[in-house]
Design a protein around this ligand. Sequence first.
Ligand code: KIV
Ligand code: ZN
Length: 450
Amino acid sequence: MERARINVFDTTLRDGEQSPGCSMNVQEKLRLAHQLDRLGVDVIEAGFPIASDGDFQAVQAVSAAIRRPVIAALARACKADIERAAQALQGAARPRIHVFLATSDIHLQYKLKISRQQALEQAGDAVRRAKSFCDDVEFSPEDATRTDPELLFQILEAVIEAGATTVNIPDTVGYTVPSEFGELIHNIGQRVRGAKQVVISAHCHDDLGLAVANSLAAIAGGARQVECTINGIGERAGNASLEEIVMAMRVRPDRYVHETGIVSEQLYPTSQMLSEITGVSVQPNKAIIGRNAFAHEAGIHQDGMLKNPLTYEIMTPRSVGVPDSRLVLGKHSGRHALGLRCEQLGYRFDRRELDEIYRLFVVLADEIKHVQDHHLLELIRQTQPNPGRIPPAHAEPRPIHPPASAAVGQSGYFERPFPVALGADLSAATLPLNPMSEHSAEQEDYLWGV
Ligand code: KIV
Ligand code: ZN
């Protein structure tokens, strides 16, 4: 089956940077831009050149250094902004000017203080001006989801006629819901003159926690570009998270008959690099790249994971660049995980011995939440005066998941049918050194790599 290609437009360096605490200097932006290139994004929005000299220089630097993806620069719908964006993009191999103008009555009346007719004319004029510098022009009607659809359609027709090649529909304030947004995108595709000749794009914010769901609904409605950020950073509650959109499509190809150019094994390294640069870490339970996304504490889950990871994981950690799943030893853990950890520490016990350790372990776990290696060794010392050590050759930690080089079905590992596009050699992925993920006592169990 032919799978439609969805272009991934990354705006981490522009909208993402507008997130409190996430601003980046030129060198930092350049470093992240190289990583976004490795990740395989189609478009990098490198900044808003009129906003500051730093932003201008960042767009210039990214344009000069990164040649495969399109490099976009943001501009309001006015001469000075468009000229500044064009200037910053001069060295780009594939430049795009991204022009925006608010179109909702709330913004027209209170912010811009212009009429609908003026907005219509200004949008067309701005796109014509941008087009005089650059073939690739994107137009965004800011606050599109609170704009009267009839006006929205008229403005989109005007900008397409003026030469826009992408029309991006921003849910600027994160107000829409999936069914409504999918329908809006579908109607744009059907009713706006010229829409079939351009790319329809979705740009969703997360104020109601719906940015990813809305982006996926837009794809179902006919959008062929999604705008998103690494770790979902962005204004207020953030933008749609790139890693979540991409993995939803990859894990559910039965529902999303689309593909992206994203190298999913680079998702975690990219997320880590962003956290390292900004100093803003992601919440532990964040989907795909959070510290707990592949962690299992409950005994029933750990037991299932050790029998076959398919029981509790819908994608392999390696498919998103996470080194391996981890089993956290806490009060919900069972004997299976405890026994495995003892083996990894070099001790093998029979059932009766393990029961003895387990009884003390549960009492301790109740008190201290996470039982770490040194606690476990102390429990072993207390209960087993002369524990037999496993010969070192047999004490090697066994990962839950096969190494990338392991043959499918190799003894002790399980064949993983999804996601569909697995198999890259993770040993090639360079994980950036992130001071926040260094080996702290708190995270000790994370590094077990069981
Ligand atoms: O959220 C928004 O409306 C934007 C536009 C500039 C595309 O970021
Ligand atoms: Zn935005």
